[in-house]
Each structure stands twice: as structure tokens, then as C-alpha cells.
Design a protein around this ligand. Structure first.
Ligand code: ADP
Ligand code: MG
Length: 387
């Protein structure tokens, strides 16, 4: 495809995966620990360098193409002075952030495609960013820590594209380890791969619902957490975030918090504790125990954090009754998007079919269902090296 489009040979092929969060929801902005995994769905870039500083992007899935000059990337316009289209801001933002970070980039001709569904909560945007950062790294021949690369990609999304988001998505896409969840401390930025129990598989079920509500509700929840910390500081002046409070302490001071704020804080504090427990379950290879924490997480997101929807609840309850299930919960911000299920791999086909049929019967809606494996993070390889 690359040769057909550009009439020359490519030099680099790069891949960067999407991700799913297995546990630790709405805890990243409270400095908690999250447990995502990179999945075996990814963005694939094929590229060759150019010497004129021009970057040409050909997005196969959108059937769109645009060219921009690296030295003018901060202006957000193409080589003809027109505003860059929205989809191009992700790779252009990466070029901007890498250069801001002092890295030297070359122009390139690139083609890319992806099997990460867009807007489903599997972070197709982070996969695009990390794939392009990895492509530029390979073309430039420089090296960079995976986490630092993820941080530059996050900067691209926050400051250039203009979408505020935590580091988890880019982190998982950059640092994924096959067969492992990633235990990522969003306060210290320390992380470790934790093997998933043998014989398990991940199934992601897309409810098909996209709610515009997500942004305002997300901001509300963040504000509630900040308010909880502020009020609790009257009694525990040393705390910096909900990460610093145990559930016993929260119970002791709960009478000083408004009801709703208290429910939000209770979810966060207990979810952070659940992640600790779930990591112990992984150390024991205990899928049943891990799955139990997934179900509890969903219940808490539904009843305390109030970010679920009847359709997401239906997906979780149907899953609970199917063969091979260990645990299920909504994943991502909520109000639509996906559930994540940990299941026995041998039951995958029956499980997926049962989930789709049950969901259709109960809601009249079609769920897209994806069987996923925890996968390695982004990588690039040189192709057609000069002889
Ligand atoms: P997600 O939850 O999947 O990350 P976002 O809204 O954050 O959803 O990002 C989706 C955007 O990322 C798309 O609108 C597009 O601009 C870009 N993107 C994702 N996948 C592709 C692709 N295959 N080709 C081009 N751009 C893509
Ligand atoms: Mg995104």
C-alpha cells in the first residue's frame, strides 16, 4: 500500500496498541493505582523519511491525506495554510510535543490504519499518538524511556489536540507486556507488569452507547473528589488526595461530608484498596478472586459513583450468568462505552455469543464484542534497510 501511494520503499513499520483498564476506575485523578493492559488491537504506521521537513499523513481508515511542515507545526496548518483537520492533530501534536521536548525529527511520508475501534473507550487516540512517536523515534535513531515517550504523547493530546486526559492510556500503549496487566501508580509513576491468571482471556463488550454527558459528569466527579479532600483536610490536614485516606478514616469523618460527596469519596477510597487486593489475587494466580473485585468495582461505580447506565448494568448481569465468567465491570469513564470481562479462555466463544444474544434480548441493541489478549506495547522495526 505504501509503495502504491508514495511510489517509494518504506523504511519503518511501527505498531502501538489500544488498552483496556481492568481495575481502578476514576482513581487516576486521585493519585491512585490503575491496572490497565495493552490489547492486541493496534494502530499500524508505515513510513519513510523525507529531507524537506514535510510530513505527509495518509489515514487509510478515513481515506484522508494531509501535509504539513514540521517547523510550522505549532501553527496547526497544512502546507497550503489551511487549518489541519481534527484527525491530523493527533500525529501533528506528537511532532509538536517531541520537538518541544528537544528531540529532532525528520519529515516523513506515512500511511496508517488501525483495528482499535474509534471512540469506544479503547483509546484509539493514544494508540495513534504512541504509534507516531515510535515511528519518529525509529526514523531519528534516538532512544527515549517508554514512560517519557508516553508523557510527551499525553502532552500532545492535552496541549495540542486540546483533550484533557491522564497518562494511563499512553502509558499502557507504550509499556504493555504480553500476558500481563500493568500495575501503574499514577502518583509515583512507578509500574510493574503483573501476570494475568493462566487460561484467562479478556472480552470487551461495547454497549454501543455514546453519551455527550460524559464530559460534564466527569468534571462533576473530579470536583466532588477535590471537595471531599478539602473538607477532610479540616480533620486530617496532611492529606493531599483521596489516595491518602483509608476506608476506616473515611467512615470516621463521613458525617462531616455532604451525602453525595461522601458516596463519591467512598468509591474512590475503596476502589484504590480493591486494586491493592486485586494485585495480591494476581500474585496468587487467582482469577476468581480478581473477578470478584471487578464485580465489586462495577457495583461501586453504579451505586456510589453513579456513572453506569442500565445497558452497562445489563451487560454485567448477563455476563455474570454465562459460562466461564470470573468478573465484569464497566470500563472507562462510564455513561456508555464498554464493559470488560475476565473469562476462562476455553469458554470464549460461548461467552461472547451468550453476551450478544442476551444483550439484544434485553435491550434491543447490538453489542460489539472483542476477544482480546494482553499484549506488548509499541514497537518499530526498520524495513528495507539500505544495502
Ligand atoms: P478513543 O476513546 O478511541 O481514544 P477519542 O475520541 O479520544 O476516542 O479519539 C478518537 C480520534 O482519534 C478520532 O476521531 C481520530 O481523530 C483519531 N483516530 C483514531 N483512530 C484513527 C484512525 N484509525 N485513523 C485516523 N485517526 C484516528
Ligand atoms: Mg482517546
Amino acid at each position: 500500500m505504501f509503495q502504491q501511494i508514495y511510489q517509494c520503499e518504506p523504511q519503518v513499520e511501527a505498531r502501538a496498541p489500544g488498552r483496556v483498564n481492568l481495575l481502578g476506575e476514576h482513581v487516576d485523578y486521585n493519585q491512585g493505582v490503575v491496572l490497565p493492559a495493552a490489547i492486541d488491537r493496534a494502530v499500524y504506521v508505515t513510513a519513510a523519511p523525507t529531507s524537506d521537513g514535510v510530513v505527509t499523513l495518509h489515514a487509510l481508515d478515513l481515506d484522508e491525506r494531509v501535509s504539513f511542515q514540521l517547523s510550522e507545526v505549532d501553527k496547526r496548518h497544512d502546507v497550503d495554510g489551511r487549518a489541519l483537520p481534527g484527525w491530523a492533530l493527533y500525529p501533528a501534536g506528537v511532532a509538536w510535543a517531541l520537538q518541544e521536548g528537544g528531540l529532532s525529527l525528520s519529515g516523513m511520508q506515512a500511511v496508517y490504519t488501525s483495528d482499535v475501534p474509534i471512540g469506544a473507550g479503547l483509546s484509539s487516540s493514544a494508540a495513534v499518538e504512541v504509534a507516531f512517536a515510535t515511528t519518529w523515534r525509529a526514523l531519528g535513531g534516538w532512544s527515549i524511556e517508554k514512560l517519557a515517550l508516553a508523557q510527551l504523547c499525553q502532552r500532545a493530546e492535552n496541549a495540542y489536540v486540546g483533550v484533557s486526559s491522564g497518562l494511563m492510556d499512553q502509558f499502557a500503549s507504550a509499556c504493555g507486556v504480553e500476558g500481563h496487566a500493568l500495575c501503574f501508580d499514577t502518583r509515583s509513576l512507578e509500574w510493574s507488569p503483573e501476570a494475568l491468571p493462566p487460561g484467562t482471556a479478556i472480552v470487551i463488550a461495547d454497549s454501543g452507547i455514546r453519551r455527550n454527558l460524559t464530559n460534564s459528569a466527569y468534571n462533576d466527579r473530579r470536583a466532588a473528589c477535590e471537595q471531599a479532600v478539602e473538607l477532610l483536610r479540616n480533620y486530617m490536614p496532611e492529606i493531599k488526595s483521596l489516595r491518602d485516606i483509608s476506608s476506616v478514616e473515611l467512615a470516621a469523618y463521613s458525617m462531616y461530608l455532604p451525602d453525595e460527596i461522601c458516596r463519591r469519596a467512598e468509591h474512590v477510597v475503596k476502589e484504590i484498596h480493591r486494586v491493592d487486593q486485586a494485585v495480591i489475587a494476581l500474585h496468587r494466580g487467582d482469577a476468581q478472586m480478581f473477578g470478584g473485585y471487578m464485580f465489586s468495582s462495577h457495583k461501586s461505580l453504579r451505586n456510589l459513583y453513579e456513572v453506569s447506565l442500565p445497558e452497562l448494568d445489563a451487560l454485567v448481569e448477563i455476563a455474570r450468568g454465562l459460562p466461564g465468567i470470573y468478573g465484569a465491570r464497566l470500563t472507562g469513564a462510564g455513561f456508555g462505552g464498554c464493559t470488560v470481562n475476565l473469562i476462562q479462555a476455553k469458554d470464549a466463544q460461548a461467552f461472547m455469543q451468550g453476551l450478544q444474544e442476551g444483550y439484544l434480548r434485553q435491550t434491543g441493541r447490538e453489542a460489539s464484542v472483542y476477544l482480546c489478549k494482553a499484549s506488548n506495547g509499541a514497537e518499530a522495526r526498520l524495513v528495507n534497510p539500505r544495502r
